[in-house]
Ligand binder design. Structure first.
Ligand SMILES: Cc1cc2nc3c(=O)[nH]c(=O)nc-3n(C[C@H](O)[C@H](O)[C@H](O)COP(=O)(O)OP(=O)(O)OC[C@H]3O[C@@H](n4cnc5c(N)ncnc54)[C@H](O)[C@@H]3O)c2cc1C
Length: 392
């Protein structure tokens, strides 16, 4: 007999115990956030500058590329640990944290589809020095419809030639290599898509200007142009027809991290709002005594905890081979949407002070918005979820 409530509930057993190693990792990431990220976050936001020294320090501690297996120089941590780190760093600044996490987005397709030589070379590069890598699917014609990409590859002898343009690419200005998705023929949609690893110094590859963004301004974002870029066959990651599946599986693995970032950002909204509401007085009492402020704070706390549970379940599924992409989409969509609402509410709690840069919450509101956009918008997560429901 099938269970009455969600069958996914029955594929996992409950265990909220944090291991000693996980606890030490959380503590280290939290200390790093307090000591290295928070002190520079406002300045990096103002200057739209990514602090490479912070990245290098985080890399030294193993907070960057944590999921690379030990045989390729990494710590071989799981998705649960990866997202626990993401939550802690996001508390300090989701802009800096996005750029620290973007390597994981780029290296995941290599972990999933790369051969040993590709893993040795490119994962080895990331773990032997503080290098960056970027992941490129989005194009000016649209990011949600991945199968509609226009960037083309043609096979010439044993090699491949790529022409086209990618946009909104995190860390493009800094990356040593790019994981690039391209199609043999846009008319064939997902059936034509392949994936390649392209070295930064390949002739014909040009990185565009650093984007002047609304939020997460400390994270580098730029376009990447490909003009007759020759890629050797050794750097083919997924052949035509396999690239689309690889892109989707990558998102399945990385979307819980966006939930984790949302939880970190919300926890910050909550802590800042509670501290302010205790101090700020109106009508002769601290505003935290007003029931409508209490309701805002309570909703923020509920959202933070619920997002935490969702992203941890999605990450746990990935670590335990439970295939259920819908949970990754739950974590991403719910987390992003609640983070946006919590940041708006944090500004509300601060009143006029929430609207100026002297206080931290206006940055949280600008930073939260992109959580609803990148790695599949909130609408696209609902498309994924509804399609899955439709399939039964
Ligand atoms: C700061 C930042 C960093 C990024 N980093 C990267 C990166 O490293 N690599 C990368 O490849 N991309 C990256 N992106 C791109 C990001 O993934 C895309 O912006 C996103 O997928 C949306 O694509 P789009 O902007 O083209 O919007 P569109 O696809 O044009 O969508 C526009 C609107 O229509 C809605 N919509 C579209 N289709 C549907 C549908 N079927 N049903 C309902 N609504 C729909 C969308 O939800 C959205 O609201 C980044 C973007 C930003 C802003």
């Amino acid at each position: 007999m099938s269970p009455i409530c969600g069958e996914d509930e029955w594929t996992t057993m409950l265990n909220f115990q944090v291991s000693e190693e996980q606890s030490a990792l959380i503590e280290m990431a939290a200390r790093f956030t307090r000591e290295r990220i928070i002190p520079v976050a406002a300045e990096c936001d103002r200057e739209s500058r990514f602090p490479r020294d912070v990245f290098a320090a985080g890399w030294e501690l193993g907070l960057v590329n944590p999921t690379v297996p030990e045989e390729f120089g990494g710590a071989g941590l799981g998705e649960v640990e990866n997202s626990l780190i993401a939550e802690q760093l996001a508390y300090g600044c989701t802009g800096i944290q996005t750029s620290m996490l973007a390597n994981t987005l780029a290296l995941t397709p290599i972990l999933l589809a790369g051969n040993t030589q590709q893993k040795k070379r490119y994962l080895g590069l990331l773990t032997s020095s503080p290098e960056f890598a970027s992941y490129c699917t989005t194009e000016p014609s649209g990011g949600s419809d991945v199968a509609g990409m226009q960037t083309r590859f043609t096979q010439v002898g044993d090699d491949y030639v790529i022409n086209g343009e990618k946009c909104w690419i995190t860390n493009a200005s800094l990356a040593s290599f790019f994981v690039v998705f391209a199609t043999s023929d846009p008319a064939t949609r997902h059936k034509g898509i392949a994936a390649f690893i392209v070295d930064r110094d390949t002739p014909g590859l040009r990185v565009g200007k650093h984007e002047d963004k609304m939020g997460q301004r400390a994270s580098d974002t730029a376009a990447v142009h490909f003009e007759d870029v020759v890629v050797k066959k050794e750097n083919l990651l997924a052949p035509g027809g396999e690239g689309f599946k690889l892109a989707m599986e990558t998102f399945n693995q990385t979307r819980p991290d966006i939930g984790a970032m949302a939880a970190g950002l919300m926890q910050r909204c909550l802590d800042e709002s509670v501290a302010y509401a205790r101090e700020r007085k109106s009508f002769g009492q601290p505003i935290i005594e007003h029931q409508m402020i209490q309701a805002i704070l309570a909703d923020m706390a509920i959202s933070t905890e619920a997002t935490r549970l969702l992203y941890q379940k999605a990450a746990w599924n990935l670590d335990h081979g439970v295939r259920n992409p819908i949970v990754s989409s739950y974590a991403k969509a719910f987390g992003a949407d609640r983070a946006m609402q919590s940041a708006i509410d944090a500004v509300q709690v601060f009143g006029g002070n929430g609207y100026v840069k002297d206080y931290p919450v206006e940055k949280l509101m600008r930073d939260a918005k992109v959580l609803q956009i990148y790695e599949g918008t909130s609408q696209i997560q609902r498309v994924v979820i509804a399609r899955s429901l439709g399939r039964g």
